[in-house]
Design a protein around this ligand. Structure first.
Ligand SMILES: Nc1ncnc2c1ncn2[C@@H]1O[C@H](COP(=O)(O)OP(=O)(O)OP(=O)(O)O)[C@@H](O)[C@H]1O
Ligand SMILES: [Mg+2]
Length: 256
């Protein structure tokens, strides 16, 4: 199983959109067995898959002292090859408790995912816009990190800090192979194009694929469980997300 953490300190930069659509495309179009982990108390991905439920176990259990077996946290989605570990606001408490704990604070998610590594080809972790303890756990668990970047004036704010945090955690994560930026919500606007040029000329690694801005993406959020490739197969963002997954599979040399 290969684990992809989708992170950025900034909010509203398509982390959840990317996690959901990459998961659906990997499972539906590439027949990969996918586990999507919702690691954000906002629970946008859990709500999208109708799995937001305070009576159910969720990712919070990974961070609590009295551990539950990982397979007990997994829910089926409406997609055949795709399961999910959902979340809810209880995650907030679990993360606060974790910060008071002695001993291993950042390796809990990695350890939990190891229990189910033979069940899946890919695990995607949707993270909140922060570097809270649950995000550090995602960084430590990851083989690959994807940082979606919306190219506005503040696009690269926090990037240095984020890369510094990742660098510090590399000693705890010998598996981390790729840290890739993904330009999202791009459009033919002179400032956006200039921002993209700057990003591509920087020291950061950037996917060749851009995810273009498309109003259809916003529409798709109103339809539970329907990814952009099904909601509007011909829109630019659907084509771009398919291209992104192909580029990602080439990057990790998954010849299928
Ligand atoms: N390619 C796109 N074109 C147009 N709108 C988009 C695109 N990608 C994402 N959006 C919209 O941008 C908003 C933010 O997206 P999303 O919720 O995925 O961001 P996020 O980084 O997960 O946010 P948060 O930090 O709050 O978790 C949503 O309304 C989403 O529909
Ligand atoms: Mg989100």
């Amino acid at each position: 199983m290969r684990t992809i953490a989708i992170i950025n300190l900034k909010g509203g930069v398509a982390k959840t959109t990317t996690a959901i659509n990459m998961s659906i495309i990997l499972s539906e179009l590439h027949q990969k067995r996918v586990l999507l982990v919702d690691n954000d108390i906002q629970a946008n991905a859990s709500k999208f898959f109708n799995l937001h439920d305070y009576d159910k176990n969720g990712i919070e259990n990974v961070f609590r002292n009295e551990r539950v077996a990982t397979k007990e946290l997994i829910e089926r989605t409406s997609y055949e090859n795709m399961d999910m570990i959902p979340t809810n606001m209880n995650l907030d408490n679990a993360v606060s408790e974790l910060m008071q704990e002695e001993g291993d604070q950042i390796g809990k998610l990695k350890k939990a995912l190891k229990e189910v590594e033979s069940e899946y080809d890919y695990c995607l972790i949707d993270c909140p816009p922060s570097i809270a303890m649950n995000v550090l756990n995602a960084i430590v668990a990851a083989d690959d990190i994807i940082i979606p970047i919306k190219l506005d004036k503040h696009a690269l704010d926090g990037m240095e800090e984020l890369i510094d945090v990742i660098d510090e955690l590399v000693t705890y994560n010998k598996n981390l192979e790729n840290i890739m930026c993904l330009p999202v919500m791009t459009m033919k606007d002179e400032f956006v194009l200039a921002g993209e040029k700057l990003l591509r000329e920087s020291n950061y690694r950037v996917f060749d694929t851009n995810i273009r801005y498309s109003v259809k993406v916003i529409g798709s959020t109103f339809q539970s469980c329907v990814g952009i490739t099904e909601y509007s197969p011909r829109c630019s963002a659907a084509k771009d997300y398919k291209g992104l997954v192909e580029e990602y599979l080439r990057l990790v040399k998954d010849g299928e």
